[in-house]
Design a protein around this ligand. Structure first.
Ligand code: NI
Ligand code: MN
Length: 233
């Protein structure tokens, strides 16, 4: 697809997305594989170079350390979560924070705000893992992608459009823990993307929002990408 300029974007169920740039950099966002009921178990993960984490919740980090260790990948996350991953034995971590940009190979990674929470239950206590976040990926000679993480809609999505103009936005739509189609439609109006990949829906019964509902609420509904887990855009 010319919009993606050779970059491949594959939804793996829930908020897990594999981004493979035209130059061959492989980025896995929010790996939730083994215990993700929507992850296609037959999917063969290619060698991963970077793991990006939006926040600490288990449905976004469950397979981060195992994948990073197996592939020798660098985990990118907000400072506290990066330290936690290092404590789990991940050798290469790259901490950052909201509003900052780091370069990984042919991609400039900008961390954006998200309205959510971020912790992990360890034993009978909860560990604080920094603030929740999203990511803008500005790919050299490629598209600009935005993975919103788990979030409510927020007015400063207009700033994300002004600063980075993402062509492809990945938005949670399941509701309950994040925005639902009603709010995601406003996010689409603020971000004006060319394509929308809905995330965080259908994994479990309470994540009831559906891509078709979002499509019915926006102009140019064909912008909503409807794929099965394991399929590329
Ligand atoms: Ni979450
Ligand atoms: Mn989640």
């Amino acid at each position: 697809m010319s919009l993606l300029k050779g970059t491949k974007v594959t939804w793996l169920g829930h908020a897990t997305v594999l981004v493979e740039t035209a130059k061959g950099t492989r980025i896995l966002i929010d790996p939730f594989l083994e215990h993700n009921p929507k992850f296609p178990k037959s999917f063969e993960l290619p060698k991963i170079d970077f793991v990006l984490l939006t926040h600490g919740h288990i449905d976004h980090t469950a397979d981060a350390a195992p994948v990073a260790k197996k592939h020798g990948a660098t985990v990118v996350a907000i400072y506290e979560l990066a330290l936690y991953m290092a404590a789990q034995g991940v050798e290469k971590t790259l901490g950052m924070n909201i509003g900052g940009t780091v370069r990984i190979a042919d991609v400039a990674v900008t961390m954006t705000q998200a309205f959510h929470s971020s912790s992990l239950q360890v034993g009978d206590t909860f560990v604080y893992l920094g603030e929740p976040a999203g990511y803008v990926l500005t790919i050299d000679d490629g598209p600009v992608l935005y993975h919103a993480g788990d979030t409510a809609v927020f007015g400063d999505m207009a700033l994300i459009r002004e600063l980075y103009a993402p062509e492809v936005v990945m938005l949670p739509i399941g509701g309950g823990y994040t925005m639902a189609p009603k709010e995601a439609a406003v996010a689409v109006r603020l971000l004006t993307p060319k394509k929308i990949l809905p995330l965080h829906w259908g994994t479990m019964p309470q994540l009831a929002g559906r891509p078709e509902q979002l499509a019915a609420l926006i102009d140019a509904p064909e912008r909503v990408v409807i794929v099965e887990p394991g399929e590329a855009m």
